[in-house]
Design a protein around this ligand. Structure first.
Ligand SMILES: [Fe+2]
Ligand SMILES: [Fe+2]
Length: 201
């Protein structure tokens, strides 16, 4: 019997594309972008571990979340070394308006709905990060920096597919897809209203 072909991995389908103008702003102040990006890697790692802390009894996601947090920490370390080489100083955290607005979408959800959103929203953040890092990677001249960005971007592509898979370990495909569609519509509205900055969001 011929085995059935593997199902293609589902990924979050962003509803809007980042304008080219954003890339121009990033390239015009690449140090600022790198510093912001470095902080994003650290925050992603912390977010993974905060999910581990919040849901210690959800055994079906823990191993993957710990691996995710480690990989993001590794990205943070790689990026930290790059910015340190350039003699840049990491800024202290400032409020991330994009993530703040996405968090508001989770308000008023019941326990299970909140659990679902806590998996889907980071997946969407990863998807947007991946879209933008890919634009940056493509624009960079050949060299070590482009190579590093290429590796990081490939990992981000895996990450957003991962969160969708994790959600489906606890929720039906229909429920996951329906909620993801709502969140993706809202994310496009949010991102389109934010000013363009030399930053990931
Ligand atoms: Fe990363
Ligand atoms: Fe990531």
């Amino acid at each position: 019997m011929v085995p059935a072909p593997a199902k293609p991995a589902r990924v979050f389908d962003l509803r809007s594309s980042t304008p080219e103008r954003w890339l121009q702003i990033v390239l015009a102040d690449f140090d600022a972008f790198m510093l912001d990006h470095t902080l994003c890697e650290r925050k992603a790692s912390a977010m993974g571990m905060s999910l581990v802390a919040k849901y210690p009894d959800r055994a079906l996601i823990l191993d993957d979340l710990i691996a995710f947090a480690r990989e993001e920490l590794e990205h943070f370390h790689i990026m930290y070394r790059l910015v340190a080489e350039r003699q840049l100083v990491l800024p202290s955290d400032e409020k991330d308006v994009y993530v703040g607005e996405l968090r508001k979408l989770m308000q008023g959800r019941d326990t299970e709905g909140l659990f679902l959103d806590r998996l889907l929203v980071p997946g969407i953040v990863e998807a947007r990060g991946c879209e933008r890092l890919r634009m940056v990677t493509d624009a960079l001249p050949e060299g070590d920096l482009k190579q590093t960005y290429l590796e990081v971007t490939r990992a981000e592509a895996r990450h957003h597919a991962l969160f969708l898979r994790l959600a489906k370990r606890y929720f039906s495909e229909t429920r996951v897809e329906a909620r993801a569609a709502e969140l993706l519509d809202s994310e496009a509205r949010i991102v389109d209203q934010l000013p363009l900055r030399p930053a990931v969001h």
